[in-house]
Design a protein around this ligand. Structure first.
Ligand code: C2E
Ligand code: CA
Ligand code: CA
Ligand code: CA
Length: 279
């Protein structure tokens, strides 16, 4: 366990020691990962749910970071993003991710969109507005085709700053999604207070559709609520035809999940992004 106060004698725990050493090494590796081109982006399609079949038109892709470590192999973003956040590397990495995603999307047929995740530190402590602005200019991506995904947790930290940032980002013409809706301290007042364009219903609710009636009730309510606030709704983690059918029937605007397509290198979606297949 962690020492609770100064002067606490910590008991030697070799396992924890190993973990700390491990993290330190991983952190060093992470700091060179971008330079060594070990970080790449995978893209997961989002489809309109209108047809309810999984054959709805593709409206865009979410960019998801991948780290291929030279000796450990694939390190999941749920491990390295928090590490990057703690160490401050997230600023450089987040900048790379945003630039790479915008550069990529600028070559896709209009109006395909790209969604990029902004980490809390990047959002609250970096100069995210000028960063987005300069990357849009640099890549030539039309602002309306960029969607920034943030989690509501970051807004709790500093309401006024969060609101001002969202307004300034929207002023650039980009869209803002609330990611993982329902998973954290979701509060209805946030939906009213912040100018989101889109709500992404957390995978946990979608997963439980059909298993538990409460999830169906919540999903239905979130769709109604979002639409009442003129936001569009995307369901995450759609894995089955049944889930898709329910969501379409409830008027959910778009779906994302393995049933539509897994996150993959963009070459795997070459026909969707108007490019000749690479092989
Ligand atoms: P997220 O933003 O909620 O991304 C969705 C996650 O759900 C992705 O995991 C995706 O691969 C996974 N997923 C999509 N469809 C399905 C499905 O049908 N079933 C299941 N079981 N999972 C599905 P991934 O790529 O491992 O990313 C995990 C989290 O790491 C992301 O959650 C996001 O919070 C963070 N992350 C990933 N890439 C980035 C990035 O570029 N920047 C930042 N700041 N965070 C990132
Ligand atoms: Ca996301
Ligand atoms: Ca999410
Ligand atoms: Ca998440």
């Amino acid at each position: 366990a962690k020492a609770k106060s100064r002067g606490t004698i910590s008991i030697y725990e070799p396992e924890m020691d190993q973990q700390i050493r491990d993290r330190r090494v991983l952190h060093q590796d992470l700091s060179t990962a971008i330079k060594n081109s070990e970080i790449s982006l995978y893209y997961q399609p989002q489809a309109s749910s209108r047809h309810g079949t999984g054959n709805g038109e593709i409206i865009g892709f979410e960019a998801l970071a991948r780290w291929r470590h030279p000796t450990r192999g694939f390190v999941p973003p749920s491990d390295f993003i928090p590490l990057a956040e703690e160490s401050g590397l997230i600023f450089e990495m987040g900048q790379w991710i945003l630039r790479e995603a915008c550069r990529e999307a600028a070559s896709w047929p209009v109006p395909l969109q790209v969604a990029v995740n902004l980490s809390p530190a990047q959002f609250m402590h970096g100069d995210v507005v000028s960063l987005v602005h300069s990357i849009l200019l640099e890549t030539g991506l039309a602002p309306g085709r960029l969607e920034l995904e943030i989690t509501e947790g970051v807004l709790i930290e500093d309401f006024d700053r969060g609101l001002s940032l969202l307004r300034r980002l929207k002023g650039l013409g980009v869209r803002i999604s609330m990611d993982d809706f329902g998973s954290g301290y979701s509060s209805l007042s946030y939906l009213q207070a912040f100018p989101f364009d889109k709500i992404k219903i957390d995978r946990a609710f979608v997963m439980n559709l059909g298993r538990n009636p409460q999830s169906a009730a919540i999903v239905r309510a979130v769709i109604g609520l979002g639409h009442g606030l003129e936001m569009s709704i995307v369901a995450e983690g759609v894995e089955t035809q049944e889930q898709l059918g329910f969501l379409a029937e409830q008027g959910c605007d778009a779906v994302q999940g393995y049933f539509i397509g897994k996150p993959l290198p963009i070459e795997q979606y070459s026909t969707l992004v108007g490019r000749a297949p690479s092989d």
